[in-house]
Design a protein around this ligand. Structure first.
Ligand code: ZN
Length: 166
């Protein structure tokens, strides 16, 4: 992400190491990643993926999750996003790790959680158009985002098939 103007006063900014500094008011804008969440929800050896219905990667498969709201903790965000996208009430039972990633031109930091289903009714919604369970040894090749694919491999022992799934 590149900033041309100060978010606070609209003044010009100067690029400095890892940040942008306003030459008018001194306000600092850091080039740090935005936190997001990604939920690993499993039934036996199957992992739930949701199909994205918007860009980037429209039509590709993804883990349920998304960007944190302003005052939200990663756990609360995970619960909210899972509810919005899958209809399920989940509980993040284990923090699995972080993955740096890119979303359009933004740097993001994905927080991965193993989630347990507490209730609700499975129904795709919000940014998801479809829900499907895939065996963890043959996830579709068209899973969106490098960090999500890495996380699935590292945190869930998943492997990817050669084929894309439409
Ligand atoms: Zn400024």
């Amino acid at each position: 992400m590149k900033y041309n103007f100060c978010m606070k006063c609209g003044g010009r900014v100067k690029k400095s190491k890892g940040k942008f500094v306003c030459v008018e008011c001194g306000y600092v804008m850091y080039k740090n990643p935005k936190p997001t969440t990604a939920g690993v929800i499993m039934k036996g050896n199957k992992i739930m993926l949701v199909r994205r219905n918007k860009e980037p990667y429209k039509g590709w498969w993804d883990l349920p999750g998304g960007f944190l709201d302003e005052k939200e903790t990663p756990e609360r965000c995970m619960i909210r996003e899972a509810k919005e996208e899958t209809g399920l009430v989940v509980k993040p039972v284990k923090f699995l790790g972080f993955k740096n990633d890119e979303y359009d031109d933004q740097r993001v930091l994905g927080c991965f959680f193993l989630c347990k289903i507490l209730g609700g009714k499975e129904k795709a919604g919000d940014d998801a158009s479809e829900i499907r369970w895939f065996h963890k040894s043959s996830l579709p090749r068209n899973v969106a985002f490098r960090g999500v694919r890495e996380g699935l491999k590292e945190f869930a022992g998943a492997r990817f098939a050669k084929r894309a799934v439409k």
